[in-house]
Design a protein around this ligand. Structure first.
Ligand code: 6R9
Length: 637
């Protein structure tokens, strides 16, 4: 039996049982199918969650780009690998074949080498969704350089923090980017960031907007002429299974962002296998994931997963609202998209608009719909099912994380019956457990708890770059010998999982993970601010929005509050990015604190959600009187 493509529920259970009973045999069989290995492994898995240390396919040798590109050349060199749809629908889309992609990636890889990049070097990529972003990622992997893609919506300061933390030697960017009717000066942001990053020796600049930019002599180079001159064949570097492939940052509940480090073979096997099964990809399908490659979803399910399967993957430069709210559906019709993967926040935003935007287009090509990034509410699920899938395309609600590398809990389309708001069943190889607050496993069904994973899977992050202690403390300390996800979940009477949301101080806003601590740090840097606390509250479109409670220093109290709000928001946009700006900022006299001085966020969350009927016992607070004050002030902001 080929276990590469799961066809029905019975087969799912069969495959799942095998994956749990004999995990090594199971993954060995998956790894043996469909990949090119320069040398096979000596050992499938060794692991110890107490360290934590996990190794998959030990001593195997490979290059992931040989598997993404070269392997397909013979049988389907002319097949479209990437369809690139530009921001402006009047500009022509690009159809890039596997042979053309091979050429671009090889040229780019040679440009990297010519500029001193070698195996193990770190390269920061700060690019919009243009084809060069995919080439850059794959070119790094071709020569064994470690890519660290930073989402091009992040500010100069956030980019600098990540560039420094990852010890990057090179930056790849563009002269600018288009987003809807806006033109963004990316190179200006890079220049500002690099004032603090002396180790970046070279900046490669792709041309996109034609903006007049500053090129620093000796450091900045236009990419295009270098690509044209470069040889189009670059031998793939032979990597060890556990050699690092990339670093990708995710927000932590405290302090600086965490550079999750992913390695080569396990990530390859897992993203390929999940892609094929969860999207039911068939040979001539066109697959579209609307994420940005700056997030893990784009890494695993725009670039690596699809290309590893020889798929046609669509990359979209623009936004769902430009030139109007029909853009997604126009693209589905235009490119006859078969699998469509997006975030609940986009669905909610589009569902608020007139249905004409949907009904104008022929969506009959769609076969599978997916969601990712945050819990999907029932209403959005049904809108997606009725109006986009026309009740014939299964919705795969895929739960996973930057840390997990690939999808962990999800229906398998045409096999797992879906249930609105449920991510349903674990993917083969994934062993979820629910834990209570004191560290006991909660068994049986119709229960809820904290979601942990008790057995390693191939694509799990191996460490936080440069800080293994933090990796252990964050993910492997709360529960002995288990990976703690940070999410709460419930398991219904049939064993289906529903993710209920974060149980730590990470808030998911429009599908983006935001840590409260860095936002509070940014607010507190304002000279008029004494202290602040940021919490999430439910928002119709964004899922969660941010609410900032801010205590002013005496010097700030006489200031115009609207101006202060603007300045604070600007400060947050500069330090982190516009996405982290709170919807509401309320100035308060004090924050509710425990006797040990911890802010009681639970109370603030309830107030921010206008859910003040049951605030629980506030008498143990250090300063119970501030609670009433805050409630009184809630309408004055
Ligand atoms: C892939 C990705 C991870 C966090 C995760 C959880 C939330 C993701 C979800 C979901 C409910 C889903 N999340 N998918 N919650 N249902 N289908 O989004 O990675 O950016 O690291 O975010 O997103 O809270 O812990 P990342």
């Amino acid at each position: 039996m080929s276990n590469y493509h799961i066809k029905n529920l019975e087969e799912y259970f069969q495959v799942y049982r095998k994956s749990v009973r004999e995990p090594e045999k199971f993954w060995q069989e998956v790894a043996e199918e469909h990949f090119v290995w320069r040398k096979k492994w000596d050992n499938v898995l060794s692991w110890d969650f107490s360290k934590p240390e996990v190794k998959w396919f030990e001593n195997a040798k490979l290059n992931i780009t040989e598997n993404c590109i070269d392997r397909h050349l013979l049988a389907q060199g002319d097949k479209t690998a990437i369809i690139w749809e530009p921001n402006d629908p009047k500009e022509e889309a690009l159809h890039l074949s596997y042979s053309e992609l091979h050429k671009k990636v090889n040229q780019f890889a040679n440009v990297l080498k010519d500029n001193g990049i070698q195996k193990g070097d770190k390269v920061c990529i700060y690019l919009p969704m243009i084809p060069e972003l995919a080439y850059a990622v794959l070119a790094c992997a071709r020569i064994g350089a470690i890519h660290s893609v930073v989402f091009a919506g992040f500010s100069a300061s956030a980019l600098a923090t990540r560039t420094l933390d990852a010890d990057c030697k090179m930056m790849i960017t563009s002269d600018g980017s288009f987003r809807g009717d806006k033109k963004i000066d990316l190179k200006g942001i890079v220049d500002k960031a690099l004032e603090d990053c002396p180790d970046v020796e070279t900046v490669l600049v792709a041309k996109r907007t034609g903006a007049d930019i500053n090129m620093k002599e000796g450091r900045d180079k236009w990419l295009e002429p270098l690509m044209e001159k470069a040889a189009d064949n670059c031998k793939p570097e032979i990597m060890d299974a556990e050699d690092p492939l990339f670093i990708l940052y995710t927000s932590g509940s405290t302090g600086k962002p965490k550079g999750m480090l992913h390695t080569t073979a396990g990530y390859m096997v897992y993203t390929a296998y999940t892609f094929k099964n969860i999207f039911n990809y068939q040979n001539d399908d066109v697959y579209w994931c609307t994420a940005d490659i700056g997030w893990i979803t784009g890494h695993s399910y725009i670039v690596y997963g699809p290309l590893l399967n020889g798929a046609t993957t669509l990359m979209f430069e623009g936004v769902p609202s430009y030139p109007d709210f029909g853009r997604f559906w126009e693209i589905v019709e235009k490119h006859k998209v078969n699998q469509f993967y997006t975030a609940p926040t986009a669905i909610r935003a589009l569902a608020k608009k007139n249905l004409d935007f949907v009904d104008k287009y022929d969506l009959s090509s769609l076969k599978v719909l997916g969601t990712v990034g945050e819990p999907i509410n029932e209403e959005a699920w049904h809108w997606y099912d009725n109006h986009i899938g026309k009740n014939k395309s299964p919705i795969v609600d895929t739960w996973w994380q930057t840390e997990t590398g690939g999808i962990m809990i999800s229906p398998i389309p045409f096999a797992t019956p879906t249930k609105p708001t449920f991510a349903t069943l674990p993917f083969p190889g994934i062993q979820p457990v629910l834990m209570d607050e004191v560290g006991k496993e909660i068994t049986g069904n119709q229960v809820d708890g904290r979601l942990c994973i008790k057995f390693p899977w191939p694509s799990m992050a191996r460490t936080i770059y440069g800080n293994h202690d933090r990796y252990r403390d964050t993910y492997f300390s709360a529960y002995k010998d288990k990976y703690f996800t940070g999410d709460g979940a419930l398991r219904d009477e049939t064993g289906y999982y529903r993710i209920t949301g974060r149980v730590d101080d990470v808030i998911i806003v429009s599908g983006h993970n935001l840590g409260t601590a860095p936002i509070e740090d940014a607010i507190n840097e304002h000279p008029a601010v004494a202290e602040s606390a940021v919490v999430g509250f439910p928002h119709e479109v964004k899922g969660n929005a941010l609410y900032g409670f801010v205590i002013l220093k005496e010097s700030g109290e006489s200031r115009n509050q609207d101006n202060l709000r603007k300045e604070i928001n600007q400060q947050i946009a500069d330090k982190i990015g516009p996405i982290a700006k709170p919807d509401k900022i309320q100035f308060v006299e004090g924050l509710p604190k425990t006797r040990s001085g911890k802010i009681m966020r639970r109370i603030l969350r309830k107030i921010a959600s206008h859910d003040i009927s049951d605030l629980g016992d506030t008498s143990t607070l250090l300063n119970p009187e501030v609670v009433d004050e805050i409630i009184e002030g809630i309408n004055n902001n």
